[in-house]
Design a protein around this ligand. Structure first.
Ligand code: AR6
Length: 178
């Protein structure tokens, strides 16, 4: 599904984020930044050791990356130029500021892309795997945060790369009425 918002293309597709050729791809990381399972594991495997080396340098400089913040590294061996790593919130039922923290993750990734002159970016569905954030709520937060950002800042394309057909359907339904 594709929708123009101002001059920005907003795309929802099913696929593997490690294969996307956008200027940056986003990693649903953890605060330690040194890799893990899910999409994080897939990105480190596909990108190779250079990404982990840069993450280690960031760790040495600033310590852990707080939930909702974002950092940028090379894309290593992948087609993308950059990986923007953000630890999304773990879902604990909704009373621990999870929604605001997820909004922060999307906003800070977009802002970091803008600051680095990146024109196109691919997102996975942050926090909806191991971190158990309910996907319908997460999709609404993701899409509204992106829409608000691209109304104010110029980006050529924002792409959501959903791993399953079921997840893609959820995002498509939410995009229809937001
Ligand atoms: N391309 C696109 N999406 C993917 C891919 C892929 N190659 N692989 C998985 N997904 P998760 P989280 C989807 O668990 O919930 C890690 O261990 C997946 O189906 O990767 O933010 C980190 O180190 C799901 O829809 O991330 C953290 O410790 C979505 O990506 C923790 O998991 C996010 O699932 C982060 O948990």
């Amino acid at each position: 599904m594709e929708k123009m918002i101002g001059k920005t293309r907003l795309n929802l597709i099913q696929g593997d984020i490690t294969l996307q050729e956008t200027g940056a791809i986003v990693n649903a990381a953890n605060t330690g930044l040194l890799g893990g399972g899910g999409v994080d594991g897939a990105i480190h495997r596909a990108g190779g050791p250079e990404i982990r080396e840069e993450c280690k340098k960031i760790r040495a400089k600033q310590g852990k990356c707080p939930t909702g913040e974002a950092v940028i590294t090379t894309g290593g061996n992948m087609a993308t130029g950059h990986v923007i790593h953000t630890p999304g919130p773990v879902w604990h039922g909704g009373n621990r500021n999870e929604e605001q923290l997820l909004r922060n993750s999307y906003y800070n990734c977009l802002n970091l892309a803008k600051e680095n002159g990146i024109k196109s970016i691919s997102f996975p569905s942050i926090s909806t795997g191991v971190y158990r954030f309910p996907i319908d709520k997460a999709a609404r937060i993701a899409l509204t945060t992106v829409k608000e950002f691209i109304q104010e800042h110029k980006l050529e394309e924002v792409r959501f790369v959903l791993f399953s057909e079921k997840d893609l359907k959820v995002y498509e339904e939410v995009l229809k009425d937001c």
